[in-house]
Design a protein. Structure first.
Length: 200
């Protein structure tokens, strides 16, 4: 058995909504029309919606239904304050051990872009020790490059010119390296594994 505790997120809002629906007074049922009224003239027919024709729920709606409620502003403020205090204690300990080290630079947007770029390049085999065959994770590299693309799309219009130039340059370089690597892989072709010997 694992020592790691397992957590289950329960959204209490759903349970409360069901309880409120059950406790709400039900509207009185409409009396059924008499046979004579049914035959007289046109009437409004209300049909049940055809579930097959309805649009499927979007992924965003499904995701929002599964997520717990966001923390309140006060909870976020307290958590950030506690995080900052912990980070400062850690930095003080490091500087006590290494007095020559200066204060750590503030983390900014360019650090995020650089981190994703380095991850993509390592996944494509860059940085392998000389003489060793590079390990390539082409699918992981594609996901990391796609994350850079999502970042570029979601931050469009909100970046400084320098941040935008950095992000676009990194995205261009990473995609170019991916294209070169995938071309090399497709030229080599995928070889089938050798057949296993028959053991009889």
């Amino acid at each position: 058995m694992s020592d790691t505790p397992k957590f289950e997120v329960i959204d209490r809002r759903k349970i409360k909504a069901v309880e409120e629906q059950e406790s709400a007074p039900k509207p009185p049922a409409e009396p059924e029309p008499k046979p004579a009224e049914q035959a007289a003239g046109p009437r409004l027919v209300v049909s049940e919606p055809d579930l097959a024709l309805e649009e499927p729920a979007s992924a965003d709606t499904d995701l929002q239904a599964e997520l717990p409620p966001a923390p309140t502003v006060e909870e976020s403020r307290q958590q950030k304050s506690a995080y900052d205090a912990s980070a400062q204690r850690l930095e003080d300990l490091i500087r006590a051990q290494n007095p020559a080290i200066g204060p750590q630079p503030t983390i900014g947007f360019e650090h995020l872009v650089q981190q994703l770029y380095v991850s993509a390049m390592i996944q494509m085999g860059a940085g392998a020790p000389e003489g060793q065959r590079p390990r390539v994770d082409i699918l992981g590299a594609r996901q990391t490059i796609d994350l850079l693309g999502v970042l570029a799309e979601k931050t469009k219009g909100n970046l400084t010119p320098a941040e935008d130039r950095t992000l676009q340059g990194v995205l261009f370089e990473a995609r170019m390296a991916f294209n070169e690597l995938s071309s090399m892989i497709s030229l080599q072709g995928v070889q089938a594994p050798p057949p296993k010997p028959d053991k009889r």
